[in-house]
Design a binder for this molecule. Structure first.
Ligand code: ZN
Length: 497
């Protein structure tokens, strides 16, 4: 744990951005209830309540715990355990995950901790309703969130037998024939992402907000400890910071963790709405439009179906959102980006009409008007596989692309004639060493009037001359190309509904 203590100390002492974030949340109220470690006796823990002002004069630092409840049945705060918890209970009687998190708090020299199941009455819907909206304060106001990332349930604990060889970087001395020798470091670029986003805890809905709101997070993985604050991402193998950026920001990580639809299946819809609000409040001052953020709208438009559900996504039967929003589909999706880099199109108008006056509420209609280098393509299945296509572009067949259809509807309908709108051309953040890729939206005409489309998927051009989007303007489009208007440079104005 000395590693964790060092990360915490360095963050408090050296990270200007982290102290700014902390001071922005210092005015918020503390949780209604907190657990005090080592009181009234060293081996005990007691519940302090705001009502009794019992922690008014204590140091304000507290930790929060993100954990998975699982099927185990640990001690909870209920009307019958309330007085027992207030008087103090033996730490040894708690579940293993709780005991370990208390150990972490002690190692970090912090004697207050907030654990949801011990600080919110589990037998009171009223208490839940009162406390749930305050989660933002609870996690945002903590010194650090302890994330029991590898714990299956409350009996798994946070400390694991580990392989020490994974805790040090692999340095290799090369011996090439040409004598150009040196030392190389072998590094798995997805080390952090694999540990954090594929962990058992990541499938729990609330973890999204916990990750998003906590100023610092200490991940207790079964391979090693990971640290995340606004100033540093590190792990035991690389305590001074990960050697290469994995292309992710805190916001992106958080949204990736949410995976919107994926976790949507594990949380109820009011929770989902609450998360969206929190997300909106926490990350952007800018507008929210039909599930996407205006500030990064072009890259946000490039959400796609989750690979595991290709062919299983359906457009919702009842109108829920415009086709350019992931909210129009039933099922898991991978969200779009949060970047301005390499944007090709210009958003002329984004108009979303909501029903109730709440921009995160139900949507009546949504229209995007875009200026960009539109082109036509034809898709044809090949190799007798319904999911493999070749593409006719500029009168040549090409295979150098990745296609993500939102649903299999256009193929079922036999519609292989598709409009393609390049959105951005940028380096793949997952593989920065590769040359830029052009990412496009795939569109089908609505048939109502020229230049009005619905989205049907995304396409990434990986190779071939069309990878350079500038060539799109010179493309020999089919005679079925349609648009509202076209400028001198060949860019088209279209609408997507
Ligand atoms: Zn920091």
């Amino acid at each position: 744990m000395s590693c964790a203590r060092t990360w915490m100390r360095k963050c408090v002492e050296n990270h200007d951005i982290c102290s700014k974030v902390s001071s922005s949340t210092s005015g918020i109220r503390r949780p209604m209830r907190l657990l005090q470690i080592g009181m009234p006796e060293p081996e005990k823990l007691r519940l302090l309540t705001d009502e009794a002002q019992s922690y008014k004069n204590l140091k304000p630092d507290y930790l929060t715990l993100s954990h998975r409840w699982g099927s185990a049945n640990p001690l909870e705060l209920t009307s019958s355990t309330f007085s027992q918890l207030k008087q103090g209970i033996e730490i040894a009687d708690l579940s293993k995950t709780f005991r370990h998190s208390i150990k972490v708090a002690q190692e970090l020299n912090i004697d207050l901790i907030w654990i949801d199941s011990l600080c919110i009455f589990q037998d009171s819907a009223e208490d839940w309703a009162r406390e749930a909206p305050l989660m933002q304060c609870v996690y945002g106001g903590a010194v650090c969130n302890i994330s029991a990332i590898a714990s299956e349930d409350s009996d798994t604990g946070c400390f694991f037998k580990r392989n020490p060889s994974q805790l040090k970087p692999y340095d290799i001395q090369t011996q090439w024939n040409d004598g150009s020798n040196g030392s190389c470091m072998l590094y798995y670029p997805d080390l952090r992402r694999d540990a954090i986003e594929n962990a058992p805890l990541a499938s729990r809905g609330w973890v999204f907000q916990e990750r998003l709101l906590a100023p610092r997070i200490l991940y207790l993985d079964d391979t090693q400890l990971f640290w995340e604050c606004h100033g540093l991402k590190a792990c035991e193998a690389y305590p001074d910071g990960m050697p290469f950026s994995d292309g992710s920001s805190k916001e992106r990580d958080a949204l990736a963790a949410l995976k919107l639809g994926t976790i949507g299946s594990t949380i109820s819809s009011p929770d989902k709405k609450q998360l969206q609000r929190l997300w909106q409040n926490s990350c952007f001052d800018d507008g929210y439009c039909a599930g996407l953020w205006r500030k990064y709208l072009p890259s946000q438009l490039l959400w796609r179906a989750d690979i595991h559900t290709i062919g299983h996504l359906r457009r919702s039967i009842e109108y829920r959102a415009p086709s350019w929003s992931w909210a129009s589909l039933d099922g898991p999706i991978i969200p779009g980006g949060f970047s301005d880099d390499g944007i090709i199109i210009k958003i002329l108008e984004c108009h979303v009409r909501d029903i109730s006056g709440d921009s995160t509420g139900q949507i009546h209609s949504g229209v995007l008007r875009i200026l960009g280098p539109l082109m036509t393509i034809e898709l044809q299945p090949y190799a007798r596989k319904w999911y493999r296509f070749r593409m006719l572009i500029d009168r040549r067949w090409t295979y150098g692309f990745i296609l993500w259809l939102d649903t299999d509807d256009p193929i079922c309908n036999g519609s292989y004639q598709i409009h393609c709108l390049p959105i951005l051309s940028d380096a793949d953040s997952d593989r920065p060493e590769r040359s830029p890729l052009t990412k496009c939206l795939l569109l089908l005409p609505t048939g109502k009037w020229p230049g009005q489309f619905v989205r049907c998927g995304t396409l990434t051009l990986e190779s071939g001359e069309m990878k350079d989007w500038k060539g799109f303007r010179n493309i020999r489009n089919h005679d079925w190309l349609q648009y509202e208007s076209r400028d001198d440079e060949g860019n088209c104005v279209i609408s997507i509904i």
